[in-house]
Design a protein around this ligand. Structure first.
Ligand code: GTP
Ligand code: MG
Length: 227
């Protein structure tokens, strides 16, 4: 068996590397936040395993995989503290635990539109998973044209002193929505693009988002007829 053990972190070095953050947490507080990361990473693993299990059960029972692939990411310390600072939260482990829900994130890329809601239902129906937040940008896309289902679920992680509930952010979207979001993200975050072009491409992408939705619905209908 391979055990993946976390690296020992040099707190002093980490603290000195936190550029751009006004009130850097003291070493003891930083140590507490690192413990939080470990806990949230375990929560992320719990949810990933549940999703993998659901997908393989589908493969066996229905000869069909709702999930195309999954990605997971942990927020890094710098962007976590920056976000807390931006939102006006204290830079302490307690305040971060209370206010920030996207330390652990999973992106689930599905094949078809209906799979988004199927995956949501199958996961949130599990007795140890609690839905904390839900934003449906598939039914109500953002003005940019961005579409995805955003959930924050809570799952217990069993630690040496007992269970601790951990929030995990899940973005569920189709392959088409994912392709769209990656390109749009590039457009928004590339700083060297002329602002006229950002507007032009932004409008073009907005139209493509509507077009993609129409195409994905059509393709799903064909897929259903072939089952
Ligand atoms: P925060 O607490 O700031 O994260 O706010 P929030 O969780 O309410 O934000 P939101 O629901 O808008 O989702 C944030 C995440 O969704 C971002 O980190 C992106 O991954 C994604 N996202 C949201 N809007 C867009 C968009 O217009 N374009 C792209 N490409 N991605 C988006
Ligand atoms: Mg968020």
């Amino acid at each position: 068996m391979i055990l993946e053990r976390p690296n020992v972190i040099n707190l002093k070095k980490l603290q000195s590397q936190l550029g751009g953050i006004e009130n850097r947490p003291a070493i003891q507080e930083l140590a507490k936040i690192i413990k939080l990361f470990q806990l949230y990473q375990s929560g992320q693993k719990e949810i990933s395993t549940k999703l993998e299990n659901l997908d393989s059960e589908f493969q066996i029972n229905y000869d069909y995989n709702p999930i195309h692939h999954m990605e997971s990411r942990m927020k890094d310390m710098q962007s976590l503290l920056k976000k807390a600072e931006r939102k006006g939260y204290d830079l302490t482990a307690d305040s971060i635990q209370k206010n920030i829900y996207d330390i652990a994130g999973i992106r689930v890329i599905t094949n078809y539109l209906d799979d988004i809601y199927n995956v949501e239902k199958l996961l949130t129906n599990q007795s140890d998973v609690t839905l904390l937040k839900r934003k449906d940008y598939v039914k109500n896309p953002k003005t940019s044209g961005y579409r995805s289902l955003h959930l924050v679920v809570q799952v217990p992680v069993f630690q040496s002193k007992g269970p601790v509930d951990v929030p995990v952010e899940i973005q569920i979207r189709t392959v088409g929505m994912d392709m769209w979001a990656s390109l749009e993200h590039k457009l928004r975050y590339k700083t060297n693009v002329d602002s006229n072009l950002v507007d032009k491409y932004g409008n073009q992408l907005k139209d493509y988002s509507d077009e993609l939705e129409r195409i994905e619905r059509g393709m799903q209908d064909i897929h259903k007829k072939l089952i």
